[in-house]
Design a protein around this ligand. Structure first.
Ligand code: HEC
Length: 207
């Protein structure tokens, strides 16, 4: 009796080791058409999807100050002044910290607008919507306090290019910072694209 129990247990163990989870797994494949058995393995931080052709790597914001410099991982390049959210006050006009910078693009720069659109649609569109006016209907009539959220509205149209640039880099309140994701030159492209959205919405803007 004891030895027959042992035989049964040994046989069960052998069958389990030999087949593993396969019968269960096969059942899953039958039901769902795929199984975790078939998943590829990835290294930590490996991006399993190939980036679209012509795309800029995620770490593009991390450019060195000069072409000849070793990149030490600083997010900013060039002679951009150091500033944080604390320097971006008062709201909408507090651009003293960034005033020394200049937007190299104008509204008739097609290439800058195209680049700005790519970056805008990659980063800003989820919250500000394709036209800069958010995604909800009449949201600004319902909630006038959200005027700053309306990138194509009169409030943001009145901001300086520098202030919008600073906002992209350091953010404020519910508006996240994107300095780590959008490199300096692309921030100007986004600023210029925001100006275009304002022009499309009938706001004069600064240009
Ligand atoms: C996660 C959502 C979200 C994303 C993504 C986002 N924003 Fe905002 N943004 C907001 C909100 C919410 C406000 C309103 C903040 C407030 O009123 O305090 C805002 C405000 C702003 C303002 C006005 C700031 C001020 O001081 O009045 C600007 C300019 C702006 N966003 C530009 C951008 C740009 C450009 C991008 C893309 C790089 C972007 N935002 C991405 C949510 C977002």
């Amino acid at each position: 009796m004891r030895s027959s129990t042992r035989v049964v247990l040994t046989a069960f163990a052998l069958v389990s080791v030999a087949t593993g989870c396969k019968p269960l797994d096969d059942g899953m494949v039958l039901i769902f058409g795929r199984s975790m058995r078939d998943s590829r393995s990835f290294d930590p931080y490996e991006n399993p999807l190939m980036p679209p052709e012509g795309s800029v790597a995620f770490a593009s914001g991390n450019s060195s100050a000069l072409a000849s410099d070793v990149n030490l991982g600083q997010p900013e390049g060039g002679n951009e002044p150091y500033f944080t959210q604390a320097n971006m006050f008062p709201i909408g006009t507090g651009d003293a910290a960034v005033a020394s910078m200049e937007n190299p693009f104008s509204l008739d720069d097609e290439r800058a607008l195209a680049r700005g659109q790519v970056m805008y649609e990659r980063t800003c569109v989820v919250c500000h919507g394709p036209q800069g006016i958010g995604t909800g209907a009449n949201i600004f009539e319902k909630y006038p306090a959200l005027a700053a959220y309306n990138l194509a509205g009169p409030q943001v149209a009145g901001y300086s290019d520098q202030y919008i640039y600073g906002m992209i880099r350091v953010g404020r309140g519910l508006m996240p910072a994107y300095g780590h994701q959008i490199r300096p030159i692309d921030r100007w492209a986004v600023v210029t694209y925001v100006r275009k959205l304002q022009a499309d919405a009938g706001q004069g803007g600064e240009e």
